[in-house]
Design a protein around this ligand. Sequence first.
Ligand code: NCD
Ligand code: ZN
Length: 352
Amino acid sequence: MKSLTITQPDDWHLHLRDGAALADVLPHTARTFARAIIMPNLKPPVTTVALASAYRQRILDAMDAAMRAGKLATGTRFEPLMTLYLTDNTSADEIAKARDSGFVHAVKYYPAGATTNSDAGVSSLERAFPALEAMEKHDLPLLIHGEVTDPRTDLFDRERLFVESQLQTIVSRFPGLRVVAEHITTREAAQFVEQARPGVAATITVHHLLYNRGAIFQGGIRPHFYCLPVLKREEHRLALVAAATSGSPKFFLGTDSAPHPRDLKEHACGCAGVFSAPAALELYAEVFDYEGKIYFLEGFSSHHGADFYRLPRNTAKVTLVKEAWTLPAEFSFGGGTVVPLRAGEQVGWRMA
Ligand code: NCD
Ligand code: ZN
């Protein structure tokens, strides 16, 4: 197949950042995706409906500015689907307000210390129970960064241990709660979601489908492949590819595109995050095509997530063409630059 027309996709896990960086990264996503679930790990984190409303307005303003500046086609529509950042103190009242707002679509659970700007996250699962109960009652999905944070646990085991202990507990203790295991990276997480009750789903990033942990060390240390959860062994990558390309509605597209300035990635203590937005859908197409499952791309990218979130599927279409192009080595990012996934290398599919 040389060309593929599908329903316009959505990105169900995205870091847009804020300020000047927001203006630079937003067009990379909005050129392709109609909507995105916007991660709340700003400094300070988006912990209230009021903060989410203000952040949403900054995103919409950045959309207008990008169109005026010619960085996006006039008339481009992009809807930011906001999330709240769960803390030990998130009240049942704030959850009810979030549900009533109409623009907050989920609540993000970061175990404190698990990743970038997660210090204000949940310090122990039990502390989150009142908020989770309110989310179950108000039918607001819980999005989980599923890694244990005990510094004695091996970095590569943290997701598996979280699945065995905490994810299992959450899913069974709150049987009506919709739960997304975000950016899953292991066979164990994929199996758990596959076998879990209805209302449990997972997002899968394109970098975890394309690369295993060897990429971080290919000929030397490669900081642009460092993200959290960290890339895993090949057997896990294969399990993720099987899940994503299975056609199961439990798995959907979430890039976890997480830009950081080049100098903070190429650093003695480099930040975690892969910036995949500039070629995200094109790279997912590579994966599905390579597997001979390109006909399952549309469900994964454009149907399953909308259905899970109980939002209408998009009506616009996008066309992908199987033609190689070379991605720039870097892009502007808040006064500095950011290096994308596949920087300076070929991508096998392009947007028509
Ligand atoms: C994310 C970021 O930089 O905000 N980093 C990452 O490696 N994925 C945080 C996150 O989603 O864990
Ligand atoms: Zn993320």
